[in-house]
Design a binder for this molecule. Structure first.
Ligand code: AMP
Length: 429
């Protein structure tokens, strides 16, 4: 079988790595991919913002003897309806339809859906115009969370210390001054306190099975300071969630979500990512994503012992409940190295050295996010450059391996957080 992955980040590198290990797979193609992915997959250009371009590519790749499975990595192609378009052409694809992906592509839809199905989440108000803002914001006590309705690459959530700041932020979303594009709807939300957990599941539309829970580190600065990023590191341990807590999340969040989507005629097939806040009241949903998270996927897939292709196909074929996922024991951690200036403006094109010796550290895999290859040399080509990911018996050992490998890697302006996993280590797990 041939597998085509749409996407170009560390998540797609980890997917390509896991898929290439499947004995059923004869070829891995990644579009557009990156310098690191090109080590284990054939990378072909594609515009992930252009649905016709993606359809054309998948149709060309399908014209070979081996059956083709397409896996959609990022949210944008899902929100454009790539899964619907491929399915209607009889092509096999893993990911939710455009309607099901609204759980991620519209925060207003997600909040209203959670309300309809009694899924725990922060109190909220959806505004459809700037004239509604003052009245809506008056109902909340600061800090207040203001969210753009649509996809905003992590930039659409503003945490506001006062009602005045919230009003200004929400107006900025409506008039386009904040994101460059004006929002049609804005969500005003209660601020939740607690620890965040990424709870990812696989769903076949009717059933849902959890992957390992993970924790991301969104802020650029150590000890969670500074602006939000795409994610500066993630880890997963066996002791992150008590079994009863996982069961509670399944029963009160994951299963009702999948049941609710099926009842509403938009069954969700794919990765359901529940971004949770573990509040004193219990877990509440901060957001849904309709795909694998980045960098959680790097940490999670390193511990997956089951054939990933079998698991993804079980979702497509409606038999995920008969598929047992097996994991290595212990822990894993992924530390992201970024370019100086990220998440603001940064420069690219700097040569990367030390990848070979870093890869020699036991238990380590290096997943590239923003690299390209110029004449046999890896160079930086993105804000997040690469993720050094390691497994071990304990989180402490996994982190020690990741940081040992990271110390070998050099490029101009390299930055990484040295405190990944600090919450778990503080709890002596
Ligand atoms: P989202 O894209 O909705 O997950 O928001 C991005 C980040 O903003 C989350 O990972 C949280 O760190 C933070 N956030 C979002 N909603 C809330 C909330 N209601 N209370 C506190 N923090 C939030």
């Amino acid at each position: 079988m041939k597998v085509l992955i749409l996407g170009s980040g560390g998540r797609e590198h980890a997917l390509a790595w896991a898929i290439a290990r499947s004995p059923r797979v004869t070829e891995v193609v990644c579009a557009p991919g990156n310098g690191g992915i090109a080590q284990l997959a054939r990378c072909v250009p594609v515009d992930l913002k252009n649905i016709d371009d993606m359809i054309r590519l998948v149709e060309i790749e399908a014209e070979t003897q081996a059956p083709l499975l397409t896996i959609v990595g990022p949210e944008l192609p899902l929100s454009l309806g790539i899964v619907d378009a491929l399915q209607s052409r009889g092509l096999r694809v893993f990911g939710p339809t455009q309607a099901a992906a609204r759980l991620e592509s519209s925060k207003a839809f997600a909040k209203q859906f959670m309300k309809r199905h009694q899924i725990p989440t922060a109190k909220y108000s959806v505004c459809t115009g700037a004239s509604e803002l003052e009245e809506a914001i008056a109902l909340f006590h600061p800090p207040i969370v203001v969210k753009a309705d649509g996809l905003a690459a992590g930039k659409g959530v503003i945490l506001c210390e006062s009602r005045t700041i919230a009003l200004e932020a929400a107006r900025g979303l409506f008039n386009g001054s904040l994101l460059g594009e004006s929002s049609q709807q804005v969500v005003i939300e209660e601020f939740l306190e607690g620890e965040e957990i990424s709870f990812l599941c696989l769903s076949d539309g009717a059933h849902v099975t959890p992957l390992l829970p993970a924790q991301d580190h969104k802020r650029i600065g150590e000890y969670d300071t500074g602006p939000n990023t795409g994610g500066m590191g993630a880890y997963s341990t066996d002791t992150m969630l008590e079994p009863q807590m996982s069961e509670w999340i399944m029963r009160h969040i994951a299963e009702p979500t999948i049941r609710g989507m099926a009842e509403e005629g938009t069954p969700f097939v794919g990765v359901l990512y529940c971004g949770l806040m573990m509040t004193p009241r219990g877990p509440e949903v901060l957001e849904y994503n309709a795909r694998f998270g980045d960098p959680e996927t790097q940490a999670i897939l390193l511990r997956l012992e089951t054939d990933l292709v079998d698991a993804l196909e079980a979702c497509i074929d409606g038999r995920i409940c008969a598929t047992e996922l097996r994991w290595s024991r212990g822990a894993s951690a992924s530390v992201i190295a970024s370019s100086a200036g990220y998440p603001g403006a940064y420069k690219s094109g700097f040569p990367i050295s030390g990848l070979g010796s870093a890869a020699q550290v036991p238990g380590v895999e290096i997943f590239h996010s923003g690299t390209s290859r110029v004449g046999g040399q890896f160079v930086t080509s993105g804000g997040r450059v690469l993720g050094v990911t390691a497994t071990a018996e304990s989180l402490r050992d996994a982190l020690a391996r990741a940081y040992q490998a990271m110390a070998e890697i050099q490029f101009e302006g390299i930055y990484y957080r040295r405190d990944i996993g600090h919450r778990a280590l503080g709890k002596k797990t």
